[in-house]
Write a protein of this length. Structure first.
Ligand code: GLC
Length: 558
């Protein structure tokens, strides 16, 4: 196996996800932007991350906050200009970090020129064939073409009306109504995205995060999805035709073509798939040597805080990735899920049905315990083989924000779920850089902006999770992350490579990595430190020399 300095950077990297609207606001309008990110590059560098991933920054009507792209080869004016983006790429590289952009190939915005052209064009015309238009069922086409549901709630089909106000065809949108799905059978769609990849690679980006990478191809004939009981009978391996929107064989051909493009550029360009597929053997199929570099391990992000469950999941992932020679990519948080502080305390697995399923019972929430677990989880994640993705605010242990007033909720899920599910705004509140309220806690360059005036309001307690209150402060979660990342850089046995389990009882996850490094995570009653071990880092203070409950520890062992 190649050493860390010899192998591709994406095998070991810790990548920091920037949700651009909420990271830092450089132009004072209460919405994050490229200028804001540029001003915070020194912060990211000193935190110790290897790469940044920026959520979609393209021109967009923002119905899904940028995941509805109107033009893939430009920058949303609210975020800056193409020149700003180029400067950011250059300066990120000068800081010794890589930069990944988000690409959204499953759907565009309904404002994309192609969709607008399709709307103006007659039924059956070539312009319509770039998207998925169908006649409705029923006597007058009044029923949707099939029973598919939008991920955000309600039917996945929207019926158009013609210029005379008469109803006509339906189009497919697996997400919001404003996000029509592309027809990936169409050669122009394929060519368009290859051009987009080159456009950004030419500008120096190091890679792409591929939005809903497993959705691009749909099963031929667009069959109905069978009832849940029938699907359950197939266990983990549901045949393609019964999950006609997800993880179809045909997507792999697309990524093989993309990999060729990536490989034609110097410097280990990469792509990471957002593919919510399971079990791990399905993830591995995206990571075959001629396909993608990384694919998020969402089994990890949906895990309970339960040692045997976690251990089994890690085992399956490590084994499955080894089969294809790819590194696992661990992730605990992103802009779509309830924050880990809440999840690990309340046993949430990110089912998105209603607010209760998403956020759990607030009366049962013990934030101290949740924070303790999230901190321990971080050391577990950063010690495992492969790379890791962390989401802004995770390094500050921010909890889910549950008290955003209903009239400020802006995630399309809120409306599309019939106001049953508050959606994802609770993990997207703009970062507090300062404890004092001015400039929305330093989020904005406009010091007159109040916390309530940020695009999503910052709650009155938000300042207590500021960067300022944690950087350089012993015991803070920021310090834990920055220490962990510094150690990780110097430990050549961390990142990609082998691990070996240690049996330390049913309530402990323990393993070694090359270089006499060990990680212990204790879920049960306090346990003794292994004999003769030196503590490198701990997620909580040891008590009488023992590792307390819900604590992870990094050790140099004999
Ligand atoms: C992905 C994104 C999510 C977005 C959806 C539709 O899951 O992470 O934020 O809403 O795709 O593009």
């Amino acid at each position: 196996m190649k050493s860390r300095s010899e192998r591709e950077w994406w095998r070991d990297a810790v990548t920091y996800q920037i949700y651009i609207r909420s990271f830092a606001d450089g132009n004072g309008d209460g919405i994050g932007d490229i200028e804001g990110i540029r001003s915070r590059l020194p912060y990211l560098k000193s935190l110790g991350v290897d790469a940044i991933w920026i959520t979609p920054w393209y021109p967009s009507p923002q119905n899904d906050h940028g995941y509805d792209v109107a033009n893939y080869m430009d920058i949303e004016p609210m975020y800056g200009t193409l020149a700003d983006a180029e400067l950011l790429i250059k300066q990120t590289h000068e800081h010794g970090m890589k930069l990944i952009v988000d690409i959204v190939p499953n759907h565009s915005s309904d404002q994309h020129v192609w969709f607008q052209e399709a709307l103006r064009s007659p039924i059956g015309s070539p312009a319509r064939d770039r998207y998925i238009f169908r006649d409705g069922k029923g006597e007058n086409g009044e029923l949707p073409p099939n029973n598919w549901q939008s991920v955000f709630g309600g039917p996945a089909w929207h019926r158009l009306t013609d210029s005379d106000g008469n109803p006509e065809q339906w189009y497919l949108h697996l997400f919001a109504v404003e996000q029509p799905d592309f027809n990936w059978e169409h050669p122009e769609v394929r060519a368009h995205f290859e051009e987009i990849l080159k456009f950004w690679l030419d500008r120096g980006v190091d890679g792409f995060r591929i939005d809903v990478a497993h959705a691009l191809m749909k099963y031929p004939g667009l069959p109905d999805i069978p009832p849940a009981e029938e699907l359950a009978a197939h266990g983990e391996f549901v045949p393609d035709e019964f999950r006609p929107t997800w993880d179809q064989e045909g997507v792999h051909e697309i990524y093989r073509a993309w990999r060729k493009i990536l490989n034609s550029y110097p410097g280990d360009r990469m792509a990471v798939a957002e593919a919510w597929v399971s079990p791990a053997s399905r993830i591995a199929r995206y990571l075959r040597p001629d396909e993608l570099a990384n694919s998020f391990n969402f089994d990890f992000l949906t895990s309970l805080w339960e040692p045997q469950y976690l251990k089994g999941m890690i085992n399956r992932a490590v084994d499955a990735m080894a089969e294809v020679g790819a590194p696992p990519s661990w992730v605990f948080n992103n802009h779509d899920v309830t924050r880990s502080v809440d999840r690990f305390d309340l046993g949430l697995q990110n089912r998105q049905v209603n607010t209760f399923e998403r956020q759990g019972d607030p009366a049962k929430f013990d934030i101290a315990r949740g924070t303790r677990r999230a901190r321990a989880g971080a050391l577990l994640m950063l010690a495992l083989p492969g790379g890791a993705y962390i989401y802004q605010g995770e390094e500050l242990a921010v909890p889910e924000v549950r008290d955003i007033p209903e009239d400020r909720l802006s995630d399309p899920i809120w409306k599309m779920s019939g106001y049953q599910d508050r959606g994802r705004d609770g993990c997207r509140v703009p970062i507090a850089w300062k404890s004092a309220p001015e400039g929305a806690h330093g989020f904005s360059s406009n010091s007159a902006l109040t916390p309530d005036q940020a695009w999503l309001p910052q709650s009155p307690w938000w300042g207590s999770y500021s960067v300022q209150s944690q950087v350089g402060v012993a015991g803070s979660t920021h310090s834990l992350y920055s220490q962990a990342l510094a150690i990780r850089k110097n430990e050549s046995g961390l990142g990609d490579g082998p691990m070996q389990w240690i049996d330390a009882g049913p309530n402990v996850i323990a393993f070694t990595r090359p270089g006499n490094f060990a990680c212990f995570v204790n879920f049960g009653a306090p346990i003794d430190l292994p004999e003769g071990a030196d503590v490198l880092l701990a997620s909580a203070e040891l008590i009488d020399g023992k590792i307390p409950t819900d604590t992870a520890i990094w050790l140099r062992v004999k």
